[in-house]
Design a protein around this ligand. Structure first.
Ligand code: SF4
Ligand code: SF4
Length: 192
């Protein structure tokens, strides 16, 4: 919101709207709308219900899904898509999705914003590691023999092999040739 106000302030002529008028960036909203399934962000009425059960709002540093949705309503992409974006604090837990009375699906909006950041090459190292692990093994978390032993201890069956080739086909249909390491994992069942 502050950027929109700065824009208004800087115009500085007699025909300029008052400083508290916010200019909505509809271009950014349209760009985001193309990425969010359902595109229901415009129905957010800022009730704040999504904040109550949000673990990142409770334990994070300044994260607030309602404020994120407000910036989305104003189309403030330049405040959302930054190098040090707060969006990565969202855990994708979907609590906000269950609480929202408007069925806005704020988590889906946030995931789409993260995808936009990723398209800009902006993502934390740990996210990069998870993506690489998924591409190479079909799992986001490595499964080693210790995990299998734990499963056995709790009476759980061994994890089944992962169809790495099929996953890669879904991720990149035009470039589905597996990497050498991934092929070896798939041949071993992808469990280690
Ligand atoms: S999905 Fe993200 S924004 Fe929604 S409640 Fe969970 S951490 Fe908060
Ligand atoms: S709960 Fe839904 S309507 Fe309320 S502020 Fe959050 S996204 Fe907006």
């Amino acid at each position: 919101m502050s950027k929109a106000r700065r824009d208004s302030d800087s115009a500085g002529s007699a025909s300029t709207p008052p400083a508290d008028i916010v200019r909505v960036n509809f271009e950014f909203r349209r760009e985001l709308a193309r990425k969010v399934e359902g595109n229901l962000a415009g129905f957010c009425y800022q009730c704040g219900a999504c904040v109550g059960d949000c673990p990142s709002a409770t334990y994070g540093g300044g994260f607030n899904p309602r404020e994120i949705m407000l910036k989305v309503l104003y189309g403030l992409g330049e405040e959302l898509l930054t190098e040090d974006s707060i969006l990565w604090q969202c855990t994708n837990c979907y609590n906000c999705h269950e609480r929202c009375p408007q069925d806005v699906k704020p988590v889906e909006v946030i995931i789409s914003l993260k995808n936009m950041l990723s398209d800009l090459g902006i993502y934390p190292d740990n996210v990069d590691k998870v993506i690489k692990a998924f591409e190479e093994t079909g799992r986001t978390t490595p499964v080693n023999p210790a995990v299998q032993r734990q499963r056995e201890r709790f009476g759980l069956p061994p994890l089944p092999p992962v169809p790495v080739d099929e996953i890669r086909q879904l991720i990149e249909p035009d470039n589905a040739e597996p990497r050498a390491g991934a092929r070896a994992d798939a041949d071993k069942g992808g469990t280690e």
